[in-house]
Design a protein around this ligand. Structure first.
Ligand code: BDR
Ligand code: CA
Length: 308
């Protein structure tokens, strides 16, 4: 079993990532920590708790950073709606509590108490992870791996930058330069994970409360992706991270050097992916380039079918 901390900003695809992780025996969720990203952190925390309620996930949920390390808060309401999880009916007041500890301290505590076997799975801006590394540098050599959604060789928030990295590029720089092994699921691969009408019908046929929740999430997400980007499907970006931890053979990866642009006039938040090895810097990232459609959607369907 891989012990993971899901650090997220739910978020439609963050929610699906939680659902996939909770359904699979290969993953042991140690905690869910939240960060400002798709919406403000009080909303992402509420949403994380709501998802825990819906899927029966009983782990500590800790609220984290409400703003990036250096810049002002930026959110993605146009994609995820006012609540951050628009579409399905959500419990107003979730039963799942939020722990008192700050997410950054919970991450530090869990990693320090581990035998170096905790993997961090960030699917929002990297603020909490970077803050934890800055606050307690002793965690850095103890983190087994960071499996993250962010970046890519093109952008979705600016032509150069993907949203999660663009929100807090200074945090991303800290994380990418930390020396912790990173597996990176950027837009190059996550745009391959597009849920189409056919996918949604397949999930609807599973017909249980969790699959129904996912169907409603995807209907909304697909609509905003059509409006904003003209896509015919909704990319389930964040779930690629968990899918990789369950079955790495789904993805084609390459070891590359990736550096984060924090100063550019047009390219703030760009992940500079050295695919042709034009620098002679050591690779710091396993960069995912492609996925096996059949295996990916099969994994998600199987996960949904485990709920009743
Ligand atoms: C990323 O940004 C958010 O909108 C999604 O949840 C995903 O983590 C995609 O750019
Ligand atoms: Ca996210």
């Amino acid at each position: 079993q891989r012990r993971v901390i899901l650090d997220c900003d739910p978020g439609h695809d963050d929610a699906i990532s939680m659902i996939l992780a909770h359904a699979n025996d290969k993953i042991k969720i140690e905690a869910v920590t939240t960060v400002a990203g798709n919406v403000e952190v009080d909303k992402t925390t509420l949403n994380a708790r709501r998802v825990c309620d819906i899927i029966g996930l009983d782990v500590p949920v800790a609220q984290g950073s409400n703003r990036p390390m250096v810049r002002e808060t930026q959110i993605a309401e146009s994609i995820h709606g006012d609540s951050g999880l628009d579409g399905p009916n959500l419990p107003d007041v979730p039963n799942t509590p939020v722990v008192e500890q700050h997410a950054v301290d919970l991450i530090i505590e869990k990693v320090m108490a581990s035998d170096g076997d905790i993997t961090l799975v960030p699917t929002g801006p990297l603020t909490n992870i970077a803050m934890a590394m800055v606050k307690e540098p002793k965690i850095v050599p103890k983190i087994q791996e960071i499996v993250l959604m962010g970046g890519g060789t093109f952008g979705n928030w600016t032509p150069a930058a993907e949203f999660n990295i663009w929100v807090d590029a200074e945090a991303a720089k800290v994380v990418y330069e930390s020396g912790v092994p990173i597996a990176m699921f950027g837009l190059d691969v996550t745009h391959e994970a597009q849920a189409t009408d056919e996918t949604i019908d397949r999930f609807a046929a599973i017909d249980n409360p969790v699959s129904e929740f996912v169907v409603e999430l995807l209907r909304f997400f697909k609509k905003t992706y059509k409006e904003v980007f003209g896509f015919d499907g909704a990319p389930i970006h964040d779930a690629c991270t968990v899918a990789y931890l369950i079955d790495p053979s789904i993805f084609d990866t390459v070891d590359v050097r990736v550096d984060i642009e924090t100063k550019g006039e047009f390219a703030y938040g760009m992940t500079c992916v050295d695919l042709l090895a034009v620098t002679d810097r050591e690779p710091n990232v396993k960069f995912a380039r492609d996925l096996n459609q059949e295996k990916f959607w099969g994994l998600l369907s199987d996960a949904l079918a485990t709920y009743s």
